[in-house]
Design a protein around this ligand. Sequence first.
Ligand SMILES: [Zn+2]
Length: 289
Amino acid sequence: MLSQRKLKLIILLLLCLFAFYSCEKIADAAFSDKDDIEMGATFDKEIRSKPNEFRILENPELQRYVESIVKQLIRSPLVKRKKTYSYKVTLLDDDKAINAFCTPGGYIYVYTGLLKFLENEASLAAVLSHEIAHAEKRHVRQRMLSAMGLQLIISAVLGNGSSVFQEMGLQIAGTLALLSNSRGDELEADEWGFMYLQSSPYYQGAMSYFFEKISKEEKSTKMSKAVESLLSTHPIPEERLRANSERIRKAKIQPPIPSNLLETRYKTTIRKHLRAGSTLDGEPIDDRG
Ligand SMILES: [Zn+2]
């Protein structure tokens, strides 16, 4: 006999197919938080099994430092899934990737390239906040669903959920970091990320430091390959910078001061743990040219 949940999903599925009912709604109903966590765990296993694509940086102290920032951010009452999602941080060793990403279920991955590119702890908090928003708003799962189509929802509804996730994990984990974020998802993650920062000890407008540095590099003739690749997955920093300035203006937030930017602590920590050749203080990236 069909369970109530399955019956409800089948009805939603039929509505989606024949009555132009929002397929996004059915995806939300078809996948629970538990499914998201399972999907994230599958990705995580995949990522760890591919050391050529994802070189994991084993540095417990630096990892704890980044995790301590995440902990402050998820204290926000707006982060609804803090008790269910993992919000675990993995560091990836690649100085040429100025990037971070988050899988369904809240597994956060941060590249060393990003840690070296940023100049204060508040900017890292802003980027992490943005990634948390992607997980909370279930953006990656939505993207995967649109990539894999309705077929997947149908098999998830009718068939065995976990094998479906495994299949999804296998197909997508390898390219996850390269998947482009949609403009709408980026703007939404910026918006929520800004709100999560409100209850943290960090300067709430800190994302602007990151955007400003990217746009400066974008305009310069010697844009690094790392920035070029960042722009291909995280487009439109100009528009995002404008939107953030507008948020700062409207929210009348506390201005940036040393104690909410934490530049010295950040730079000391990064220098202690990551080898030289960084972009800190405008030092050239090795592959610039
Ligand atoms: Zn994003």
